[in-house]
Ligand binder design. Structure first.
Ligand code: SF4
Ligand code: SF4
Length: 382
């Protein structure tokens, strides 16, 4: 197994208290420096900053100023930064493919949320290409997944910094592990997480050649429609475009994908292992912004009420350690009165998060044996 077992591993933590001389961007810089990034980034190194631009309509996503700060820090250290995310599954509705499904759709929506090259000071790259299928396969020995389609841009990186909004999802904590296990794989990897049974076809429901809506959205042109639909399964990359358009626009459901939450979190963990294996664990760094903590992902177009008050910023070189430390910091905080999550629901989310950590330990994703180092800075005199 390709684990990340280290001795004296540290997770750095800075709380949400701020002063004019030590605001949240200063604190982000403090974490960056403690992670050793200022010294370890060599001149000209290609550094991906992997974040999530949020679905338009969600107002809890990471503010662009945090990403810009990280870009400036990478550049000051001598690196060549670019900012990245992957295309999403097709959800139907809204834009032609759903809003974040192709690179141009997502870039347009990212701009509405404030993420442009002008604001960020670095190029924005959709890491798995126009259709979200530009990937390379990494084999793993998982219980659920044996091959992970990692976003191709990762291959060309000297370092990858995941700048992640820590929040919740029905599977438990949604932070760095999810940003990697869902956010750094192509559509086939997203399908493996959400729809493990893959694409299914009911030929008798197909409206035939007069419809043919699915043909033009297939990025590998492996669909033929005459009296009914036929798919060349050897060429299909399980992008889900055909299922989305057949179900959401045509309303025929001749091609469909069944969503399943069963073991979803464990499949995310296994996908993450494939991503780490792609360029090796030593090139990854993780920063969790535990602020604006809701119980919804940033890929839902809802700025859900916040579950608790802001906690701060955490940083580590270990994927499991950072999410474990973040979850445990959250456990010590009272829930907001207006939160849609009550105490017993929160405890259930915490329990599901422990299952993520347990599976991560089991497959060698990282460690939960670490020292938590609290960062602070003396107030200047005068
Ligand atoms: S979109 Fe659906 S109904 Fe239309 S041709 Fe394709 S499979 Fe048939
Ligand atoms: S058949 Fe459907 S799922 Fe397969 S590649 Fe074509 S559009 Fe994507």
């Amino acid at each position: 197994m390709h684990g990340v077992i280290m001795t004296n591993l540290q997770v750095f933590f800075t709380d949400r208290q701020t002063r004019p001389d030590y605001n949240m961007l200063d604190k982000l810089e403090h974490v960056f420096n403690e992670l050793g990034l200022r010294d370890s980034i060599k001149d000209g190194e290609k550094v991906m900053i992997k974040t999530h631009f949020g679905l338009y309509g969600n107002t809890n996503y990471i503010r662009p100023a945090y990403v810009r700060k990280l870009v400036d820090l990478v550049r000051a250290a001598g690196g060549f930064p670019f900012v990245s995310d992957t295309a999403s599954f097709a959800y139907g509705g809204g834009r032609p493919y759903g809003g974040r499904t192709t690179a141009p759709e997502y870039l347009e929506r990212a701009a509405l949320n404030g993420f442009t090259q002008g604001v960020l000071g670095a190029p924005i790259v959709i890491a798995d290409g126009y259709w979200g299928i530009d990937t390379f396969n990494v084999d793993i020995d998982g219980e659920h997944i044996q091959s992970v389609p990692v976003a191709a841009a990762s291959l060309d990186c000297d370092k990858i910094i995941l700048l992640t909004h820590a929040k919740f999802h029905h599977m438990g904590i949604a932070a760095s592990i999810k940003n990697m296990g869902v956010g750094m794989v192509g559509k086939r990897g997203k399908a493996a997480v959400h729809c493990p049974d893959g694409l299914q076809v009911s030929q008798e429901k197909c409206k035939g050649a007069e419809c043919s809506e699915c043909v033009s959205v297939c990025p590998v042109r492996c669909i033929e429609v005459s009296d009914t639909v036929k798919i060349d399964w050897d060429r299909c990359v399980t992008c889900g475009h055909c299922a989305s358009i057949c179900s959401n626009k045509v309303g025929a459901k001749a091609i469909f994908m069944s969503w399943s939450g069963q073991d979803m979190a464990l499949r995310v963990v296994e996908n993450a292992l494939g991503v780490i294996k792609s360029i090796g664990p030593d090139r990854f760094y993780y920063i969790n912004l535990a602020i604006d903590i809701s119980d919804h992902c940033d890929c839902i177009c809802v700025g859900a009420p916040l579950v608790m008050h802001d906690i701060g910023i955490l940083g580590s070189s270990d994927l499991l350690a950072i999410d474990h430390a973040t979850m445990h910091a959250m456990k010590g905080v009272a829930l907001n009165a207006e939160s849609s999550v009550d105490q017993s629901q929160f405890e259930s989310l915490a329990e599901r998060s422990e299952a993520i950590f347990e599976h991560g330990r089991k497959i060698g994703l990282g460690t939960t044996d670490y020292d938590l180092v609290k960062l602070s800075r003396e107030k200047p005199e005068g």
